[in-house]
Design a binder for this molecule. Structure first.
Ligand code: SAM
Ligand code: SF4
Length: 325
């Protein structure tokens, strides 16, 4: 399926829940959010039906996210459904890792090959400060179990000035020691992200060079050239380091994704509130063909690019945890 700018849309990020067991300050307010009512959240069957319709429109890859996807019951069964019944050839997940130790085996058996785990700090106090929970050990155990269970793991880190930016070197060393890739994501001024100051990829690369030697940009990519990360090899590191730079280096030209929120809203771009509700059409008895038309029409209106740096007024007012990062 193509959008209005001839970009092929083949990637769907599904938020399974707006609930989370952490409270990362840049994603969710400390006091939490008003959660969706149970009946307003799509059932996994309804979500699977949308995925199946979208697979007929060319969507091949699905990433499960949230909130924390693993707080939703039945995720392993849902992955099976996506792969076996909905025509989705590649399923992946982004998780905070807290519940991975207990779920890794069932997720792997369900056919999930890879997982991105968010890790912003290796310091227990900073973890508590950032997330409101003393769960660092559980996350590290989750990473360990995921690796032992055979997952292809990537770590995702958001650096915040004055909070965890001094840890970049240590995080890189930790990832290198495990033999896993770490990717630094620039903070986006979305929801609670506006309350913090992020770190640009360029300044981070410079800083890492002082410790790990000269950095060389590689042609490595994620997801068949469609992933937003750029990879660099540092002289003194065994494994490449990824940089995702939505702020300093927009990658909208090659954007291939749309998002489905937990309440069934098809969101076209992370920044803007534009999109279309699919829950009412689903629940009002519309046929797959009719829903397909709604999706195709909406996707044609996908914005050309975000404008975080120049215009924040038209930014979605929802928090990242409600949208699905
Ligand atoms: N709970 C899961 C997790 O933390 O991995 C999945 C959902 S979380 C919203 C997905 C990713 O979005 C995390 O890696 C998180 O760091 C990132 N994120 C949240 N708010 C962000 C922001 N304002 N700017 C950049 N990344 C953000
Ligand atoms: Fe939860 Fe992930 Fe948001 Fe942190 S970044 S509050 S773990 S959804």
């Amino acid at each position: 399926m193509k959008d209005g700018f001839s970009r092929e849309i083949d990637y769907l990020r599904i938020s399974l829940t707006d609930k989370c067991n952490l409270r990362c300050g840049y994603c969710m307010p400390k006091e939490g959010i008003t959660h969706l009512r149970h009946e307003d959240i799509l059932t996994l069957e309804e979500t699977g039906r949308i995925a199946a319709i979208m697979s007929k429109l060319g969507v091949r890859r699905v990433r499960l996210t949230g909130g924390e996807p693993l707080v939703r019951k039945g995720v392993a069964g849902f992955i099976r459904m996506l792969i076996n019944e909905c025509g989705i050839s590649k399923v992946s997940m982004t998780s905070n890792g807290c519940l991975l130790d207990e779920h890794a085996k069932s997720l792997r058996e369900a056919g999930l090959p890879e997982i991105n785990i968010s890790l912003d700090t290796l310091n227990r106090d900073t973890f508590y400060y950032l997330t409101g929970k003393d769960e660092l050990d559980r996350v590290l155990k989750g990473i360990d179990t995921a690796l032992k269970t055979g997952f292809h793991v990537k770590l995702n880190t958001v650096l915040l000035k004055g909070i965890n930016d001094e840890e970049a070197e240590a995080l890189v060393k930790y990832a290198d020691g495990l033999g896993v890739v770490i990717r630094f994501i620039e903070l986006m001024p979305l929801g609670c992200g506006r309350l913090y100051e992020g770190v640009s990829s360029a300044s981070l690369i410079k800083r890492l060079e002082t410790v790990y030697g000269k950095a060389y940009k590689t042609d490595r990519t994620d997801d068949d050239n469609k992933g937003p990360a750029e990879y660099y090899d540092f002289e003194k590191l065994g494994i490449g380091t990824g940089f995702i730079s939505p702020m300093s280096h927009m990658f909208c030209k090659s954007c291939s994704r749309v998002r489905l929120t937990a309440e069934g809203f098809l969101k076209l771009c992370l920044q803007y509130p534009d999109g279309v509700d699919l829950r009412d059409p689903l629940r009002s008895g519309m046929s797959d063909g009719e829903i397909k038309e709604i999706i195709e029409k909406a996707v044609l209106k996908k914005p050309e690019c975000h404008s975080f740096s120049v215009n924040e007024n038209n930014t979605d007012r929802r928090k990242m945890v409600e949208i699905g990062g």
